[in-house]
Design a protein around this ligand. Structure first.
Ligand SMILES: Nc1ncnc2c1ncn2[C@@H]1O[C@H](COP(=O)(O)OP(=O)(O)OP(=O)(O)O)[C@@H](O)[C@H]1O
Ligand SMILES: [Mg+2]
Length: 292
């Protein structure tokens, strides 16, 4: 489907339920400035070649060191794969980056100037770090279109959410995202009727509506069919360069398709890093994760 057709589709969807999509004037006569504004995160200083930087980060839970002197950095536009055994600390690392868990020590920077440890979870999302959890969390009763549209809304309460209209920039973005996530033909389908893989794509689309600089994806292809996994690999390869991505996966076929540099986590720190071939032939990695 061409972008024009997608746009027309978006307009048709808007006509489909005008009560939801029309805006109301504010008291001052203009449209509420926050309605549907695409979040444009402030500039992230990547002049040092890093969009994300962790140094000597540690966190303990009841005396158990889940993250142990972890140091890692990611270049702008990079697609970094993270692998490692269960309990290695992969999800906990994402919890720390997104402000869900506070480390006991260490540094976490977004670009070279934004100290993420000074920000809370919503602020970190606002700064341009999007996170995808393993389980899809789309709104099952709403259509694909409505889910994507919802991703643009600011938390202004029920009334504000009821009166909302996409501007042309937002319509274009929505059309582009629909195409990227392979759901252009399902724009009016209820999310609950989508396959597991399509729900995952929709959730990724909801993140993309916010135009995140960095996307963290935790086991994105778990539970997908082989075909869905292949299409997800294609999707990630299209996102690379436009966004920076950190992808945690156990599916080595998927990692092989998408990876440049792979980081192996074990016992809360980096065990090995390099191309997939390099880490796969590393004796320590074979020992703790890949097996013989
Ligand atoms: N909030 C918490 N309280 C206590 N222990 C925790 C907490 N979060 C994580 N852990 C522990 O920290 C360790 C690392 O867990 P984490 O979920 O980060 O591993 P993982 O690498 O994501 O594993 P998997 O591949 O199974 O998803 C585990 O031993 C886990 O039980
Ligand atoms: Mg995990």
């Amino acid at each position: 489907m061409t972008p024009d057709l997608l746009k027309q589709g978006a307009q048709r969807a808007a006509a489909h339920d005008p009560a939801v999509y029309q805006s109301t004037p504010t008291e001052s006569g203009g449209r509420d400035a926050s309605y549907g504004r695409i979040h444009t995160p402030g500039e992230v200083d990547v002049s040092h070649g890093r969009i994300l930087y962790l140094e000597d980060v540690s966190v303990s839970f009841d005396g158990f060191k889940a993250i142990n002197k972890l140091s890692l950095d990611i270049a702008p536009g990079e697609l970094r794969c993270i692998i490692g055994p269960n309990g290695a600390g992969k999800t906990t690392m994402m919890d720390i980056i997104t402000g869900k868990t506070r480390p006991d020590e260490g540094q976490v920077f977004f670009g070279s100037t934004i100290d993420l440890l000074r920000h809370n979870e919503p602020e970190i999302a606002q700064l341009g770090i999007g996170r995808k959890f393993q389980k899809p969390t789309v709104f099952e009763q709403l259509t694909v279109f409505e889910n994507l549209e919802l991703a643009l809304k600011t938390p202004k309460g029920v009334k504000a959410s009821m009166f909302f209209k996409l501007d042309s920039v937002q319509s274009d973005r929505l059309a582009e995202v629909l195409h990227t996530i392979h759901l252009a033909d399902s724009v009016l389908t209820q999310a609950g009727k989508l396959s597991h893989g399509q729900k995952q794509w929709l959730e990724i689309g909801m993140l993309l509506m916010q135009d995140p600089k960095l996307l963290l994806l935790d086991e994105p292809v778990a539970g997908m069919t082989d075909h869905e996994t292949e299409r997800t690999a294609e999707l990630f390869l299209t996102l690379k360069g436009k966004h920076s991505l950190m992808v945690v996966e156990h599916d080595m076929g998927f990692i092989k398709t998408i990876s440049d540099i792979v980081t192996v986590l074990c016992d809360g720190s980096v065990l090995a890093q390099g191309t997939l071939d390099q880490v796969q032939s590393d004796e320590r990695v074979i020992e703790v994760y890949l097996g013989r």
